[in-house]
Design a protein around this ligand. Structure first.
Ligand SMILES: Cc1cc2nc3c(=O)[nH]c(=O)nc-3n(C[C@H](O)[C@H](O)[C@H](O)COP(=O)(O)O)c2cc1C
Length: 212
């Protein structure tokens, strides 16, 4: 069995890393991370995920360029100067991954388990409700497993949905299997920034839970 304290510490010390050393991430390590992603729970065990790994710097730069262009286009279309400025202030959070040694693109397919089909047929509203969230939650569990594995192996990572500004362009580059759409990008590499020692700012337990 694993050392429980060590595992709990691993969870609490994972922080988003946005600056990376240039070292490449050996594919063997990427596969260890994805091996953990693969063991995440999923609705009806549908495993609705697919991963495409980009570890050629030219591809990563092309992705960041596509996102920068998509953000620029949206910003240019905003007719308020304040709105432009406000959105533009976030742009860096969507494109900083330009220097990341590896990007793992996470794709998701809609929930199509037998249960989902039955619900859709006999109670469409419930089917819609359960189906919509089931795949998203399953994929999120896989991403968290992947990131914890990265942390355990000494890598930094960050989960990103901001790059979905360029969803179509990125899907064109990654060519996922039919029926899969881009859910997130995860940047991975040796960290070039040291997160502060103190634990991250989080709501207290008393704020986020109660017993019935
Ligand atoms: C669904 C999701 C989307 C995110 N998208 C981005 C993003 O586009 N860019 C970014 O820099 N960070 C992104 N993050 C990282 C969050 O900003 C980060 O997890 C949060 O601030 C807490 O910090 P921590 O990860 O260091 O604990 C995202 C995180 C999640 C879970």
């Amino acid at each position: 069995m694993v050392d429980a304290d060590g595992f709990l510490r691993l969870i609490k010390t994972r922080r988003s890393v946005r600056k990376f050393e240039p070292d490449t991430v050996p594919r063997e390590d990427i596969e260890k991370m994805l091996e953990c992603a693969r063991f995440a729970p999923s609705a009806s065990n549908t495993q609705p995920w697919y991963f495409v790994v980009a570890d050629d710097p030219a591809d990563v730069v092309a992705m960041a360029d596509a996102v920068a262009a998509a953000v620029e286009k949206v910003v240019a279309g905003i007719d308020s100067a304040r709105g432009k400025k406000e959105l533009d202030a976030y742009a860096g959070y969507f494109t900083f991954f330009r220097d990341a040694p590896a990007i793992i693109a996470v794709f998701m397919t809609p929930y199509r388990a037998l249960l989902g089909r039955l619900l859709k047929r006999y109670t469409p509203a419930v089917g819609e409700l359960i189906g919509t969230h089931a795949s998203e939650q399953s994929v999120a569990a896989a991403i968290e497993n992947l990131m914890l594995a990265a942390h355990a192996l000494g890598y930094g990572s960050v989960w990103m949905t901001g790059p979905l500004f360029a969803k179509e362009e990125l899907e064109g580059m990654f060519a996922p299997p039919d029926g899969y759409e881009l859910a997130a990008l995860v940047a991975v590499g040796r960290p070039a920034e040291t997160p502060p020692d103190e634990l991250p700012d989080r709501k207290g337990l008393e704020e986020i839970m109660r017993y019935l």
